[in-house]
Design a protein around this ligand. Sequence first.
Ligand SMILES: [Zn+2]
Length: 220
Amino acid sequence: MAATRPKVPSELRRRVLLEAGHRCAIPTCKSTPVEIAHIIPWSKIRKHEFKNLIALCPTCHARFDDRHGPIDQKAMRQYKANLNPLLSLGLANRDGQVAMLAAYQEFRGFFAEWVKAETRYAAVKSRRSSSLKEIADSREDAIHKVARAIGAVADFHTVWGDSEVSDLAGAIFYHIADWSDEIEGTPFPLPRRVSQRNIAEEISEASTELHLAICEQISM
Ligand SMILES: [Zn+2]
């Protein structure tokens, strides 16, 4: 007899819908109504877990379920990672979880600003036409953003302690910091191999891993 598939529990369903703001999680779609989709098919894992669930409209759900369709699991994991898990926590949740997710949101926000500032600095420092003042200004902004990212990663470690999640956050930090050092330490004008690195792409896999590990922790 085939295993019957239980319904997604209503509280879990509610959290997945809240996380996506009750709209399709594909950012260029955002349609309503939405359904709950499994990133790894239910037939493979046979359980409903927050980290594996995402809200999709029926059209995107069908495109994703079509094995030959355009949306693969890796892309879907990245869409999940772009959602805001903080929204999924109800007020009934423990304070500890709220603090953990707040530290994660801070980490995400400050790291995004840091990467943006470094990218700008690299672009300015690679253009032969840039003035010394433009270079100095973009450098100063990057240094300011590094300081905030260091603060965010320190807070993150304080709240999350020694864990897989902290290790992943640390790995992301060091990857960006190495690139930042390279921009700073390479003379003007920066060669393309330094200025045109796509750091967001380089850290995207680790960022997705971090996000899903956090989802797992908070849905305990
Ligand atoms: Zn959609």
